[in-house]
Design a protein. Structure first.
Length: 419
């Protein structure tokens, strides 16, 4: 049963076709742009480093290289192949980190960038501007956290549950964990004059306007946060794994909202509205809510926390030697609590055993795990991994469907073959 095209995925495909036909360039990055930037002599302090290989990016609007062994290109997006993470360590290398773009990656000169904080939720009417140098004067905070698209796992609604859903057909690679460094959003809001009556804050990106397939311009990507969350653990991040943010991941500054769906972590943030009233955008009304017969009329509340998931660090339909000993690895994560247990099955769920965990549970991170297996005979096998987090959530056998295919959390049936 095929997925139905959504305005979002249809736009992605249309933009790809326009790009390949030379009809659309928007604010994305071409090889010529990168050469122009290099010729202009921009310093490492102004832009993140990139290699010669990154100048030949294989997807329109994405700057970095996307080797076939590491990525599956999906329109304006690039999904990490989970098998490529085997042996890469706890933090996802930047060159392996997935890319989720609604339009295209803008190339921004940090020397020209400012963050404007404004709105009736401030104690005064005058907007306040911060440069990157201003932000770096605040106390710096380092935080390890994953960023994950709300649609991660979406394709399994169709392939495992036979349900038609809309949106990009991610498998499980729309996630990455990094060490982020930046400033607390709370510190910036207070410096800007946060008023006692403030209710919501609305970060907005500097990427090009998002235009749906029917030509409706929804403006720049933006999604409100309640002030309570903004003052809790949200960062304005300017470093990723010890280096300036790469272009595709939000340079020069992005929002990082731990535990929450990826759309909350706005990239390339340019302004933040602080409001004394509730704020809305298409990204918390039309998108990123649950719609369908199993959900309230008019849809669920806007999505916040991520679900619990597990993935094997193996190619789909991997071939393994029958009768030989194999050490299989994977990762599990949750937005509600650290993962404290992973059970695995190598016979489609007939028998289960505990996997060995190699990391301490982290609420905003994942755990790596392993299990030993010796397939007794040639043939087809199905691997399963089921995680349980510290608040008691365990992956179910099936996920309650929703029309846009968000928050798939069921145990994924991973096929392999012993030969």
């Amino acid at each position: 049963m095929p997925m139905s095209p959504s305005p979002e995925s249809a736009y992605d495909r249309r933009r790809l076709h326009q790009w390949l036909a030379g009809e659309a360039r928007a604010d994305g990055v071409s090889r010529r742009d990168l050469l122009r930037l290099a010729a202009a002599g921009l310093t490492a302090a102004a832009v993140p480093a990139f290699s010669a290989q990154a100048a030949s990016a294989t997807s329109p609007g994405i700057v970095k290289a996307l080797p076939d062994d590491w990525f599956t290109v999906r329109g304006t997006n690039a999904e990490t192949k989970f098998a490529s993470l085997a042996g890469t360590g706890y933090h996802t290398p930047v060159d392996h980190f997935f890319v989720r773009n609604h339009t295209s990656t803008p190339v921004i000169d940090a020397a020209d960038w400012t963050l404007t904080v404004h709105g009736d939720g401030l104690s005064h009417a005058t907007p306040v501007e911060f440069t990157l140098a201003d932000l770096k004067k605040f106390p710096a905070v380092t935080r390890t956290a994953f960023v994950e698209c709300a649609g991660n796992g979406r394709s399994f609604f169709t392939s495992q549950q036979g349900q038609s859903v809309t949106g990009t057909a991610w498998t499980l690679g729309a996630i990455g964990t990094a060490c982020w460094r930046g400033v607390r959003l709370a510190d910036v809001l207070r410096r800007a004059g946060l008023a006692r009556g403030a209710v919501d804050v609305l970060p907005r990106g500097l990427d090009p306007d998002y235009v749906t397939a029917d030509g409706t311009n929804l403006g720049r990507v933006r999604r409100p946060l309640p002030v309570s969350k903004a003052l809790d653990d949200v960062l304005l991040a300017y470093e990723m794994n010890g280096e300036p943010l790469p272009y595709d991941h939000g340079f020069p500054v992005r929002v990082l909202v731990p535990h929450w769906i990826g759309i909350a972590s706005i990239k390339w943030v340019g302004d933040i509205e602080v409001s004394a009233q509730r704020l809305y955008s298409p990204w918390n009304t039309d998108f990123y809510r649950l719609f369908g017969s199993a959900h309230p009329d008019g849809g669920s509340a806007p999505l916040t926390r991520q679900t619990v998931k597990s993935a094997w660090e193996l190619p789909w339909d991997a071939s393994l030697e029958a009768g030989a000993a194999h050490r299989l690895t994977g990762r599990s994560w949750s937005g509600a609590g650290g993962v404290v247990r992973v059970d695995v099955s190598t016979d489609g769920g007939a028998h289960w055993r505990r996997a060995r965990l190699h990391d301490a549970p982290r609420r905003a991170g994942w755990v790596r795990w392993s299990t030993d297996w010796r397939p007794s005979a040639p043939g087809a096998y199905t691997l399963l991994a089921r995680a349980t987090d510290s608040v008691g959530r365990t992956q179910p056998d099936t996920t309650v469907p929703n029309t846009q295919g968000y928050l798939f959390d069921a145990v994924v049936r991973h096929p392999v073959r012993a030969v």
